[in-house]
Design a protein. Structure first.
Length: 355
């Protein structure tokens, strides 16, 4: 019944600010090993050694910086096998531009690992219950399994919006995790008339579905969306504009046909492809592995990771300004929405795909 997320928000700068770990707990390394199908006995320690000391370039529990106007809200949904910190680069960039971003960690079994806190029997103490990554059971078809997950994920996105409505009304929202950050500082600081939903891969499909379940989501940004889990009967119900920002090698003709079906119904829906990018290019993994390792193990494309982040965030900001009626200067990147510019193209160039 709870909700698990990492909150990115505009904050005041301060000297000596502590930066949070990117890998929140060692259990996430074990979960990543399970997701990859590698032995946790050697892979988890390797991942811990590689990523365990990496920190997010943001101030942990930094003082909230009130703006001259209320901040728009973005609910962010992670991809299959990811977790709440796996998109810190793009979430931090959006927060630095004046958004409050809640990066969810879904409890449907699609995260590499996650947990919730339950009350210990007969005491006031909390105990952790872990939810491992869940594979499709043997003998079961993948679509019904993933379709059930995507609906739970979209429901969690809606629950995220309602949580911030409670905060804005001044209602107490208890945080069972240790920490000094009090959500009540956000009261009267979030513009709940300007709310969007965003996600990567499985999270992209989740974002599309969330706009159907909750009309207050005014638009969706779907990063390399995995369209497979969405049922065909849903498509006529998608009325809100969607930005499909794809990488070069992930999408299939069937997936893009589904995107085009939505764009044919809504002229504000856009499909853009980042050339030289791969599916991981829109995650933090592209930064953590480095160019050399990425090339050796074919983890990265030819597009510079920082340039890819700039294009992704700027295209998203231009789209959000257009559909949240913002008065910023993000419209200077409107050309990206039409696939005009270096390393972008409109639509999906299948001749370039590696699938």
């Amino acid at each position: 019944q709870g909700l698990f997320f990492r909150l990115f928000y505009p904050c005041a700068s301060r000297a000596g600010a502590r930066r949070p770990l990117w890998l929140p707990r060692s259990e996430y390394g074990v979960g990543l090993a399970d997701f990859l199908g590698w032995s946790r006995w050697w892979c988890a320690p390797l991942l811990g050694a590689a990523f365990g000391a990496c920190r997010v370039p943001a101030s942990w529990n930094g003082p909230f910086k009130p703006g001259s106007a209320r901040y728009p809200l973005i609910i962010f949904s992670h991809g299959l096998g990811a977790f709440r910190t796996a998109y810190s680069a793009v979430c931090a960039e959006l927060a630095s531009r004046g958004f409050v971003v809640a990066a969810l960690e879904h409890r449907d079994g699609s995260a590499s690992a996650t947990y919730f806190c339950a009350a210990a029997a007969g005491t006031a103490a909390q105990r952790e219950e872990w939810i491992p990554y869940g594979r499709v059971p043997p003998g079961q078809k993948e679509f019904p399994f993933r379709n059930k997950q995507v609906h739970q994920r979209a429901d969690e996105c809606v629950r995220g919006l309602r949580l911030f409505e409670d905060v804005s009304r001044g209602e107490s929202v208890p945080n069972v995790l240790p920490g000094d950050f009090d959500l009540s500082v956000l009261q009267d600081s979030i513009d709940l008339t300007r709310v969007a939903v965003m996600g990567h891969s499985f999270g992209g499909a989740t974002a599309v579905l969330a706009t159907v379940k909750e009309p207050r989501f005014r638009c969706a940004v779907a990063l390399d969306a995995w369209m497979f889990p969405l049922e065909h009967a849903l498509y006529p119900q998608v009325s809100k504009p969607v930005l499909f920002l794809n990488t070069e090698t992930f999408q299939t003709p069937e997936s893009v046909a589904r995107m085009r079906r939505l764009s044919s119904r809504n002229g504000q829906t856009k499909i853009v492809t980042l050339l030289g990018s791969v599916h991981r290019s829109q995650t933090d993994f592209i930064f953590l592995t480095g160019r050399f390792i990425s090339r050796i193990f074919s983890l990265g494309g030819t597009l510079d990771p920082y340039k890819g982040l700039d294009i992704t965030s700027r295209a998203a900001l231009a789209f959000l300004q257009r559909h949240l009626d913002l008065t910023e200067e993000f419209d200077r990147w409107d050309h990206l929405l039409d696939g005009i510019g270096d390393s972008v193209v409109a639509g999906a160039p299948f001749c370039r795909s590696g699938l």
